[in-house]
Design a protein around this ligand. Structure first.
Ligand code: PHE
Length: 342
């Protein structure tokens, strides 16, 4: 009996087998338990020798069961440890971190600079209706900017009578929306994407602008000049800039000026404020009375300036990037080269 149980315990492969053995021997109706019950029928002498032996056997089996149970648990733990072994001293696998795209970064910088001058941010839709993009800005139907070759028009099925929509060709429609929403006086900038059918080294069909608008009772061209100079000093991180206001024409400003900045190239490095070169950086002017009226602002009481800056162009200048198209290739090697990716 002793051999049977002890070798049984030794051979048991798992806890279930052990439990089966325990029940067979030491359970209520187990072999050994039944024999214990027989003791009552024996003479005192028999009881003493037999009972003692039986008790010892019982304890021995019990101890063997417990020991084996512990051994099985240890083995299971050991197996798991082997299985799930993790070397915490290994160096971590590097994780690539995303970075800010140069255009986004310049947009943030420009927004922050104008925020310091009291401009808040306004927004408008990229799919804009004809009226906000053109009519309200005093762009007549026969104006070249409206022709198919410049503007992306949204397709309309025959019988679809919704007003015509376009991919906005500039951020200027946000001037209209901001004035309609907030009235005058107002001071906002509107960064965003704009679209024109154009593609070469310095043009992509989608690009970015920041519109500026300041309307008040006595805002003048002098204020425009100061704001733009302060902006350029902050953006290009120089103490002095020289701007040239060149007479120009936009339907939505009168007078209008294109603004150039004095600069020169030293190899690939742009020097702002020195040399004899001029680089055009933005269009601007005094907001046309018709535009104020279209947006519901009383043009006999209010006046002000507006400007539109090409963000991508600014980024090219600041970071010495020769080809605008590369901005939108999502080529990590290119981004890395200009320090925009790790
Ligand atoms: N909207 C003009 C453009 O896209 C820029 C501009 C904005 C000019 C505001 C004057 C005033 O070229």
């Amino acid at each position: 009996l002793r051999t049977k149980y002890l070798s049984g315990v030794a051979d048991a492969a798992d806890e279930a087998a052990l439990e089966e053995l325990r029940l067979a021997g030491l359970g209520k109706k187990g072999e050994i338990s039944l024999m214990m019950r027989e003791l009552g029928k024996m003479s005192p002498e028999e009881k003493q020798t037999f009972g003692k032996a039986l008790n010892e056997l019982k304890n021995e089996i019990d101890a063997a069961l417990r020991e084996k149970k512990q051994a099985l648990a240890d083995a299971a733990l050991e197996a798991r440890l082997q299985d799930e072994w993790l070397d915490v001293t290994l160096p971590g696998r590097p994780r690539r971190q995303g970075t800010i795209h140069p255009v986004s970064q310049v947009m943030d910088e420009v927004t922050a600079i104008f925020a310091d001058m009291g401009f808040s941010v306004a927004e408008g839709p990229q799919v804009e209706d004809d009226w906000h993009n053109f009519d309200a800005l005093n762009i007549a139907p026969e104006h070249p900017a409206r022709q198919e070759h410049d503007t992306f028009f949204m397709h309309r099925d025959e019988g679809d009578n919704r007003p015509p929509h376009v991919l906005r060709t500039h951020t200027s429609p946000v001037q209209i929306r901001a004035m309609q929403e907030k009235g005058a006086p107002i001071r906002v900038i509107a960064p965003g994407r704009v679209y024109r059918m154009d593609m070469d080294q310095t043009h992509t069909p989608m690009f970015h602008q920041i519109e500026g608008l300041a309307i008040g009772r006595d805002i003048s061209m002098a204020n425009l000049k100061w704001v733009l100079e302060e902006f350029c000093k902050a953006f290009f991180e120089v103490d002095n800039v020289e701007l040239r206001f060149r007479a120009s024409h936009f339907p939505f400003t009168e007078p209008s000026a294109e603004v150039d900045i004095r600069c020169s190239w030293e190899g690939k490095q742009l020097k702002i404020g020195e040399g004899d070169g001029w680089m055009e950086i933005l269009g601007s002017g005094m907001v046309h009375p018709k535009v104020l009226e279209a947006a519901g602002v009383d043009s006999t009481q209010y006046q002000g300036f507006a400007f539109g800056i090409g963000i991508d162009r600014l980024a090219m200048l600041k970071y010495g990037i020769p080809d605008l198209r590369a901005f939108f290739d999502s080529d990590l090697r290119w981004l890395k080269h200009y320090g925009f990716a790790p």
